[in-house]
Design a protein around this ligand. Structure first.
Ligand code: T1G
Length: 662
């Protein structure tokens, strides 16, 4: 009998021994689970009536990995690989019963078993690289043996889960079982008996050879080069390739022993600690501490979006993707048609890229209705206003909504910097107003700043946060203030970048320094992409601009010269009309230089990349700290989640506030 049968239990089903893990919420492989697994395995192996063993889980998913909360402490025995190798070497066939998401150590547990079955819809994967780690419990040596090099490189260095169905052909998954969850375990036991009846025995993956070819070295080098670009600055992806290379060259246990050493080094690294911080920060971001449990989120079955422009149409897609009927409202039919065409094109692109199929496209388009008549919004549960960034325009729309919507309807605005309370002040129900600040492209970006106004009720807030989860967003609750959290920090970051141009740096120099540091893109390339005029207009609406003639002067110069960015073929850079290729533009640099002299800005002899990186990141940290002191940001980790998911801050640096703490 296992020490803690509530976590891992063992039952007899005639000739089949059933080991069941029950460690909510995701059956993580904590020390107690490892201990229980080992004890149950020993019991099953010693019982002569037992001829085969099934490893299953209770709850919402098969094992979703090692217990990440244990990684900051020294590892305790039994160690994961020792337990798994015991399964691999078991004298009786062991079958894994997969469902939900079998990830990391969960998929390695499955690979340690001799047979793997999965219920329809199961996903498997090795996402360790997203935590700055590598599969430490046999995955780097098993997967190359059973799945080959190319699949191993893809699954381990990119870390994306896959449908188990897609791995049947490779022989990794032995059977997909299509049944009700309640009948699944019984079906797996039947499958195990079938194995016995057909005389199939143990099948340790560790004993399988790695199929090698003359192209292996080239393939490994190709992936090294690809990841040096795609995961610039990250250690784990390259280390994973070292482990996969060992699988080709070394005996199973030698390759595994190297993998363990490398895992421990990665686990102790600042990169992995930063990425583990990001993992838990994202999970705590949507938790509404301090809100009483009596507050129940309202039902949201019908949504409307006001404005079918770039943001409005993308926001409508978020709801259609989650199967929530959405009504798109515009001033006239032409604008509605343009919005619908934009949506259709984007879905068609997803079909062309194999992300969705034609049936998905049709189902999603069928979720979207259009109107020019506000009266059609009478039974809508939640409205998202995504119109032009003008207080006057927004207040007019909200007054219209106040007249036609039902009293309990939630009225949200997608403004990215205007005052929520001022918008709500023209309404009879300001407590129903909340900010839902989506990030462009809204159908792809996971981040959603949920802005709590002074009058926003706890019910409205809870409903908004629950809805965000339903549409697959990471909701971060922030206070009301100019630019909320993300954009306010971006203004400080941008200010420093602009000042550096006035002090003699070039846009390319600043952008290279920041992308070498890990930012997805430099500030001036981003400015040109999103349109320099967006910030220009926002600054004109800003009630409290600093009295500083240098404040965003280079950007204003570009706009005044009609250089709005990519959309006008020139901004801080110029863009090749044929290829769209970005190039440094001496005209822009010269204009800024002349303006700096006019403003009397001292020129710096040389400006190093480190100096640029420090100035911009420190500006972020200082503004983040001010936001925490003012209570607009509730937690430092929320600021990190916003910058990691909204502004391309490098995940292996954990976020501006985590970085500050380090
Ligand atoms: N360890 C500890 N806690 C975990 C956990 C884990 N592996 N996975 C999830 N949780 C907690 C999470 O913090 C949250 O807690 C709750 O479970 C629900 O999670 C040896 C080294 C499985 C797809 O990277 O991707 O194995 O906030 O809100 O949206 O080689 O969780 O409620 O208190 O995310 O339904 C590899 C991580 C580990 C998978 C479910 N595994 N998990 O998503 O729920 S490293 C992973 C996920 C490893 C081996 C290596 C997702 C999920 P709380 P949730 P969800």
């Amino acid at each position: 009998m296992p020490a803690n049968p509530s976590i891992v239990s063992f039952q007899h089903h005639q000739s089949i021994g059933l080991i069941t893990i029950n460690n909510p919420p995701v059956n993580a492989l904590s020390q107690a689970v490892r201990q229980g697994l080992l004890e149950c395995l020993q019991e099953a192996e010693s019982e002569h009536t037992i001829q085969a063993i099934v490893i299953a889980c209770q709850g919402r998913t098969f094992v979703a990995g090692a217990d990440i909360t244990e990684f900051d402490a020294a590892p305790k025995p039994p160690f994961l690989f020792d337990v798994f190798y015991r399964i691999d070497q078991c004298s009786k066939p062991v079958i894994a019963a997969l469902f939900g998401t079998a990830l990391g150590g969960g998929f390695e547990l499955a690979l340690a078993c001799h047979y793997r079955v999965a219920i329809t819809g199961t996903k498997v994967g090795l996402p360790e690289v997203t935590l700055g780690l590598l599969p430490a419990a046999g995955g780097t040596q098993c997967l190359p043996r059973i799945g080959g090099l190319a699949l191993s490189l893809d699954m381990m260095t990119l870390g994306k889960p896959r449908l188990a169905l897609s791995l049947v052909e490779e022989g990794i998954i032995d059977r997909i079982i299509d049944t009700e969850p309640s009948a699944y375990t019984e079906r797996v036991i039947e499958y195990s008996k079938e194995l016995l009846n057909t005389g199939q025995g143990v099948r340790p993956v560790s004993a399988m050879p790695v199929n090698t070819t003359d192209d292996d070295k080239a393939l490994l080098d190709q992936w090294r080069a690809k990841l040096a670009k795609k995961a610039k600055g990250q250690t784990a992806p390259q280390v994973i390739i070292d482990c996969i290379e060992d699988a080709i060259k070394l005996p199973f246990l030698d390759g595994q022993s190297n993998a363990r050493e490398r895992f421990l080094a990665c686990k102790a690294s600042s990169q992995s600690r930063a990425m583990r911080h990001a993992f838990f920060a994202e999970r705590s971001a949507s938790k509404l501490e301090g809100l009483s449990d009596d507050i129940i989120a309202g039902e949201v079955n019908r949504v409307a979006v006001i404005g079918a422009g770039t943001m409005g149409s993308a926001i409508a897609m978020c709801f259609a993707n989650a199967n929530i009927p959405v009504t798109l409202l515009e001033l006239n039919k032409e604008a509605l048609e343009a919005g619908l065409n934009r949506i259709n094109q984007r879905y068609q692109q997803s079909v062309d890229r194999g992300r969705i199929n034609a049936a998905d496209l049709n189902r999603r388009m069928a979720c979207i209705k259009t109107t020019c008549d506000y009266n059609d919004l009478a039974d809508i549960d939640l409205v998202v206003e995504a119109a032009f960034e003008s207080m006057e325009v927004k207040q007019t729309i909200f007054q219209q909504l106040d007249k036609v919507c039902k009293p309990e309807a939630i009225l949200a605005t997608n403004t990215s910097y205007l005052d929520i309370d001022t918008i709500a002040s023209v309404l009879s129900c300001p407590e129903q107003v909340v900010g839902l600040h989506f990030f462009s492209p809204a159908e792809r970006m996971k981040l959603l700043e949920v802005v709590r106004g002074n009058t926003t009720s706890p019910h409205t807030l809870k409903t908004a946060v629950e809805l965000a989860k339903r549409i697959g967003k990471i909701a971060v609750v922030v206070g009301n203030g100019y630019g909320f959290v993300g954009n306010r920090m971006y203004a400080s970051y941008g200010r420093e970048a602009q000042n550096l141009l006035l002090e003699g740096a070039t846009p390319a120099q600043v952008d290279k320094a920041m992308s070498d540091w890990g930012m997805a893109m430099g500030p001036f390339a981003v400015n040109d992409l999103s349109g320099i005029d967006i910030g220009y207009k926002a600054r004109r609406e800003h009630p409290g601009l600093p009295d500083d003639p240098c404040y965003f002067r280079p950007a204003d110069l570009m706009v005044e010269a009609g250089r709005l960015g990519q959309k006008t073929g020139a901004g801080f850079y110029r863009y090749d009309p044929q290829t769209g290729q970005r190039e440094s533009d001496p005209i822009a640099i010269e204009r800024i230089r002349a303006e700096a002299i006019k403003l009397g800005v001292p020129q710096r002899e040389s400006i190093s990349a480190e100096h640029i990186q420090q100035r911009l990141v420190t500006a972020l940290i200082n503004e983040g700290r001010a936001l925490l002191q003012q209570g607009i940001a509730r937690r430092a980790s929320d600021i990190d989640v916003i910058w990691l998911n909204g502004y391309g801050f490098p995940r292996f640096r954990g976020g501006p506030m985590w970085w500050a703490d380090q």
